[in-house]
Design a protein around this ligand. Structure first.
Ligand code: MN
Ligand code: MN
Length: 273
């Protein structure tokens, strides 16, 4: 199974700052700038001839139209292939999971983020990037949602997490490991603001007191050692307008390499058609 990479340059559901629509171009530029090689820490070869870059989607700002464009692209791109998407604000994960979920109806999402993104609505907007996991759980798109790095829970979002059975690992008490009982096909979504802003300043919402880059990489390596298949992943919320010397784009490029290695090395069981 080959891995396909899809740029999802959409940031119209950002509640605070625009900019993540520029992330696919920024991450690609840094990935291919010659600064680093194309091998993963675990020894995987992720040279560009080992995966297929589908380029960027053309997405209108209008929320319903954007949902349709992204969902259809994800459904087609993940048909018989692993899909790594580069967003975009976190709203894009909702249609991406809809699309991928047509082939993998029993997904577990492993979600790295400072924020649970479980608001029913933000200022009346149910499409906001603060809401995608409420939508995903309401639609029953996945079996499990495991959140790691969380440090901004509100009372409302605690209620939402309980209502949907979300497994929230707050960063302040997290045991620095993934849950023991992970199984099934896994969708990894990485909101780069899970990391401390010291490691990744190029995000819209700086939330101090976050994960180290190494902790996040260790989680990906732990997934590689588990009996799970990472069938799709996304990388969201990099905001190049706030980046410093491409530091965050470089974190993104590193995560892309490790995710490519993780998905290329996963087993080959067939999705449901
Ligand atoms: Mn998020
Ligand atoms: Mn976030």
């Amino acid at each position: 199974m080959t891995v396909r990479v899809l740029g999802v340059p959409y940031d119209a559901q950002s509640s605070f700052l625009r900019g993540p629509a520029q992330a696919p171009a920024a991450v690609r530029r840094v990935l291919h700038c010659g600064s680093a090689n194309y091998e993963t820490e675990l020894g995987g070869d992720v040279h560009p001839d080992r995966w297929h870059d589908l380029g960027d989607l053309d997405i209108p700002d209008h929320a319903e139209q954007a949902l349709t464009v992204i969902e259809q692209a994800a459904r087609s791109a993940s048909d018989g292939h692993r899909l790594l998407s580069i967003g975009g604000d976190h709203m894009v994960t909702w249609p991406l999971v809809r699309g991928v979920g047509t082939h993998w109806p029993t997904l577990t999402i492993v979600h790295f983020d400072a924020h649970p993104d479980l608001y029913d609505n933000l200022d009346g907007n149910r499409f906001s990037h603060a809401c995608p996991f409420a939508r995903i759980m309401e639609e029953g798109l996945v079996e499990r949602l495991v959140q790691i790095g969380i440090r901004t829970l509100t009372g409302h979002q605690r209620d939402q997490a309980e209502r949907f059975g979300v497994e929230v690992h707050e960063y302040r008490t997290w045991n620095r490991s993934l849950p023991d009982n992970l199984d099934g096909p896994v969708y990894v979504t990485i909101d780069v603001d899970a990391l401390d802003p010291a490691f990744a300043p190029g995000v819209s919402h700086h939330e101090p007191g976050g994960m180290t880059t190494r902790e996040l990489l260790s989680c990906l390596h732990e997934l590689a050692a588990r009996p799970v298949e990472v069938v799709a992943a996304d990388l969201v919320e990099i905001n190049p307008r706030r980046d410093v010397h491409d530091m965050t784009a470089m974190v993104g490029a590193k995560l892309v390499r490790e995710l490519l290695g993780l998905m290329a090395s996963a087993g080959g069981s067939d999705p449901v058609h």
